[in-house]
Design a protein around this ligand. Structure first.
Ligand code: FAD
Ligand code: DLZ
Ligand code: SF4
Length: 508
């Protein structure tokens, strides 16, 4: 019997297990641009354009390679509007009930496929360095799951940056050398962008028509949309930016949105690049003397460590993980996240960049938009939906542990041992945002007080019972307790007044 081989918009790799197990002579590849996937959150138009264009190019590549591909475009008349709907329609067309698919990266879609009245086989996605079994075996019986120890396992497993059974250079982690603030006149290489070709131009028109009102600027669109272009982006990064990646990994500059970051997460997540191959190429750059160890190790840790760890957590914790709210935060996401004016220059910049590029780098996501949402007590489910919608690389398996876990501490400390929160000082140290802000980062109270200064203490005060006993937070509480009682009361009152203004929708 003919089988339908489902390839989703983030499974665009010839190595994807469903294709590897398929019979080119007989089976039919099913790919579909569908309203349900494009609308479960209001995705940034650039993200939809990337996925549709990359899907179309991948389908063409498969056809050239001899596969029979049933491709449905968004505006095809008989489009069923959902992945299950399209599978049913194709099953009917070809008189089959058999579907071979690679496990999707989101519980919502896994459950939808499992509930179908067809014979669906789901294969484990093999594009990752650690299998589910490996992660679960590592996690089993541990009191706390910490990325650092998992990462060491992965280094041993792959042999990346290893000198026998010891880490290259004698240390596993060079994070302490990766925290330089960027000087204002830093010269950073420009990322590699591409002029839209005919396929991309056609998709841009389609996206403009159907999703033009979503938050986000569609044009100019310069993202890579096939494996060849994505490979060029990686080459460009390794050649020009990798050597300084380590030094300025945590820096933020108003005039430079990308600094020394690689901008490859979306390509990696949709299958245009391969994780192990990237790590091996970065290791080679180090061994060839092109990049220093703190850069190569810092970069490899992000992919081999954080990315694999996050995936392990998402699948181990199950479908209710994205709904966790251990800190019981319920404030609505304020309109400033969707571009409403704010006097906070750091947020204004991070959101404007997100709107224009569908991209912000890690520290902007963690210490600006994420930090503010956490100290303002925003509902993590709303924060999660926002991150899932606005970033070009956002797929739930990687977005949810980063947002719900690392950034909002809503999993109660599974991903991180303490919440990533800071007052304005950290932002001032790592960026040039504060100098151009309406608020004063030096002011701790009063009309000009930086809201991060107020809300940071408010969060610690509100959750004292939970955090006071955490050894990594004890120093913060000691600092707070040493402050004059009247000053502390003023901070808490002003923080509360700010939060009320935020909830009322007053400009902040
Ligand atoms: P670089 O800084 O050049 O890093 C290299 C690569 O390392 C990235 O491409 C990515 O594949 C990997 N990486 C780095 N940090 C992480 C991490 N914490 N988790 C997983 N992979 C990592 N990343 C996503 O791919 N999709 C998301 O939806 C996503 N959501 C996030 C939400 C929040 C709140 C936070 C704090 C982080 C999120 N990240 C997400 C992680 C990280 O911010 C992005 O991977 C990174 O900014 C992508 O840009 P880049 O390719 O230039 O990365
Ligand atoms: C994100 C996305 C979008 C916007 N559109 C489609 C689509 O039309 N067809 C498709 O197959 N996949 C799409 N995707 C990616 C899926 O949402 C993704 O496969 C799941 O969220 C699982 O990671
Ligand atoms: Fe952000 Fe505060 Fe700095 Fe303004 S002063 S940019 S609000 S950290």
């Amino acid at each position: 019997m003919v089988r339908l081989i489902l390839i989703l918009g983030d499974q665009l790799s010839p190595e994807i297990p469903a294709l590897k197990r398929a019979d080119k002579a007989q089976d039919r590849v099913v790919m579909a641009e569908v309203a349900d996937e494009a609308a479960y959150v209001p995705h940034h138009p650039k993200k939809i354009a990337l996925i549709f264009a990359a899907m179309r190019k991948f389908a063409a590549r498969l056809r050239d390679d001899g596969w029979q591909v049933d491709y449905t475009r968004l505006d095809d008349e008989d489009n069923a509007g959902s992945i299950p709907g399209e599978l049913l329609r194709r099953a009917d067309q070809h008189g089959t009930s058999k579907v071979l698919a690679t496990r999707p990266g989101e519980w919502r879609l896994i459950e939808a496929l499992q509930d179908m009245p067809l014979d669906v086989t789901l294969l484990e996605d093999s594009r990752f360095i650690a299998s589910h079994r490996e992660f679960d075996t590592w996690a089993e019986g541990r009191k706390a799951l910490r990325m650092e120890y998992f990462y060491r396992e992965m280094r041993r497993k792959t042999g990346l940056l290893m000198d026998g059974d010891q880490p290259e250079g004698g240390k596993w982690n060079y994070d302490s050398e990766n925290r330089k603030p960027a000087p204002d006149d830093l010269f950073a290489p420009k990322p590699l962008w591409f002029e839209p070709d005919a396929t991309v131009a056609e998709v841009l028109d389609l996206v403009e028509t159907h999703f033009g009102k979503n938050f986000g600027t569609l044009k100019p669109f310069g993202y890579a949309t096939d494996a060849d272009q994505a490979g060029k982006v990686l080459d460009h990064f390794i050649k020009h930016a990798l050597p300084s990646f380590g030094d300025y990994q945590d820096a933020m500059l108003q005039g430079n949105r990308f600094l020394y970051h690689s901008l490859i997460s979306a390509y990696l997540n949709i299958g245009l690049l391969d994780a192990l191959d990237i790590c091996q190429r970065v290791e080679k750059a180090y061994l060839d003397g092109h990049a220093p160890l703190n850069a190569a190790e810092g970069y490899i840790r992000q992919i081999l460590g954080w990315r694999e760890f996050m995936r392990g957590i998402y699948f181990r914790e199950g479908p209710e993980y994205p709904h966790r709210n251990q800190l019981n935060h319920h404030r609505k996401l304020p309109p400033l996240y969707w571009g409403a004016k704010t006097r906070m220059n750091c947020l204004s910049h991070a959101v404007a960049q997100t709107r224009d590029e569908a991209y912000a780098h890690h520290i902007q996501r963690l210490m600006i938009t994420g930090n503010f949402a956490l100290i303002a007590g925003i509902n993590p489910a709303e924060v999660h939906d926002w991150y899932l919608a606005v970033y070009i690389d956002a797929f739930e398996w990687v977005e949810a542990p980063n947002t719900v876990g690392m950034s909002q501490f809503a999993d109660g400390g599974l991903v991180g041992s303490k919440p990533y929160v800071s007052s304005g000082n950290y932002i001032d140290k790592m960026s040039d945002y504060c100098g151009a802000c309406d608020y004063s980062v030096k002011a701790k109270t009063g009309e000009k007080a930086c809201p991060f200064n107020l809300l940071y203490w408010k969060l610690l005060d509100r959750h004292r019972d939970r955090f006071e006993g955490n050894p990594r937070m004890a120093q913060m509480y000691r600092t707070w307790d040493r402050m004059d009682a009247k000053h502390r009361a003023t901070v808490l009152d002003e923080a509360e007044a700010f939060l009320q203004r935020l909830s009322r929708g007053d400009p902040v």
